[in-house]
Design a protein around this ligand. Structure first.
Ligand SMILES: *Cc1c(COP(=O)(O)O)cnc(C)c1O
Length: 373
């Protein structure tokens, strides 16, 4: 296999001059910033963790621990240096291997833009899977080859080998997979990493709930590996919109080249920094959610309506039920919304149920017990 990022990248992206701000170019210590047409007087709201009395400070303010908070009248740090430093410690990889996006959805879109020539290049996905790969492909006018998972919701390796052609740039593997909940066999992913000379994107949005470990340690072995994670699920910050891509330096550099310069706003950077201090709480929530997943699975299996509860490595379960659509409608009338997946491939009569709080889980089971077929 011959992996060469320069031949993989679209020519217009390779040749384009990136947007450059004056502050970006200036590396020294400055205290007067008259380069970006910001409001020098101030902003109507103080920085989120600003100490009293410093409201009129114009520069990044040191608050100890090497953290610098920016007043909101200033543009955000385009490369999110402080936040990446902290993530680097938590994730165990250097900041140069981290890209941050406005949700991991931004990274998905940028990968298409960087690597796939519209109408010409292709990408491969494995339905049933996360919907945004297809949305971003369509938006970028890139043809998708869809290779359905097997009945066991694993990769169909023979069909993948057949589908890969010289124009295939990206392969998206969602593991644990949404909406089926299972992890994809590690050995199969490794075969693709070793043999595909485009990029393998592993979407690990649900990795915190999985028995299988992350591929992050494999980044030093595979220049063609991109890992997506997010603060939207286990970290409980879907409203913040912060997604992460981990990859070798050259891939990260291209992601930074094409992103909007200030894609992560100052409020998000500051709140994320604060949130990352609460890793112990997040770990407790993960334990609770996994316990509740096992409880919900048992309870669902005990219902006469239930045909299959698929084993899950995520914070949801996929359940095959007799008359799923009618059960979905019934739950709606009781004010409980689940995801009806019954019309998508390999998910006939399936509902996807997110693991709720213990109270919510008890309530949905109680409600299902009173359902009359
Ligand atoms: C929820 C989810 C995401 C998260 O996307 P964000 O844009 O980071 O909120 C990514 N991938 C999959 C498979 C998901 O289910």
């Amino acid at each position: 296999m011959e992996f060469n990022i320069e031949t993989l990248v679209r020519e217009n992206i390779r040749l384009m001059a990136p947007y450059s701000s004056a502050r970006h170019e200036f590396a020294g210590e400055a205290s007067i910033f008259l380069d970006a047409n910001e409001n020098s007087i101030g902003s109507p709201i103080p920085p989120l963790r600003l100490e009293r009395g410093l409201e009129l400070a114009h520069r990044s303010i040191s608050v100890g621990g090497g953290e610098a908070l920016r007043p909101l009248n200033r543009y955000p740090d385009p490369l999110q240096t402080t936040l990446k430093q902290k993530l680097s410690e938590i994730k165990g990889l250097p900041p140069q291997n981290i890209f941050l996006g406005n949700g991991s959805d931004e990274a998905i879109d940028l990968l298409f833009r960087i690597f796939c020539e519209p109408k010409h290049d292709t990408a491969i996905i494995f339905p049933p899977t996360y919907g945004m790969y297809e949305v971003c492909a369509a938006m970028n006018d890139v043809r998708l080859k869809k290779i359905p998972l097997t009945e066991e919701y694993q990769l169909n390796m023979d069909a993948i080998e057949e589908a890969i052609d010289p124009h295939t740039k990206l392969i998206f593997i969602c593991s644990p997979n949404n909406p089926t909940g299972n992890s994809i066999r590690r050995g199969d992913i490794e075969i693709l990493l070793n043999n595909f000379d485009g990029l393998i994107v592993i979407d690990e949005a649900y990795i915190n709930y999985a028995r299988q470990r992350t591929f992050i340690p494999e980044l030093s072995t595979y220049p063609n590996l991109v890992i997506l994670q997010t603060l939207s699920k286990a970290w409980g910050l879907a409203g913040l919109r912060l997604g992460m891509a981990f990859a070798a330096g050259p891939v990260i550099n291209y992601l930074n080249k094409v992103k909007y310069p200030y894609n992560i706003n100052t409020a998000t950077q500051q709140l994320a920094l604060e949130a990352l201090d609460n890793i112990n709480t997040v770990n407790e929530w993960i334990i609770t959610t996994v316990e509740q997943r096992e409880w919900l699975t048992e309870q669902l299996l005990a219902l006469p309506l239930t045909k299959i509860v698929y084993p899950s490595d995520a914070n949801f379960v996929l359940v095959k039920m007799a008359g799923a659509k009618k059960i979905y409608d019934y739950l709606c009338t009781k004010g409980i919304i689940v995801r009806d997946r019954s019309r998508i491939i390999l998910c006939d009569n399936c509902l996807r149920i997110t693991i709720g709080t213990p109270e919510e889980n008890k309530l949905i089971i109680k409600t299902l017990k009173t359902y009359e077929q």
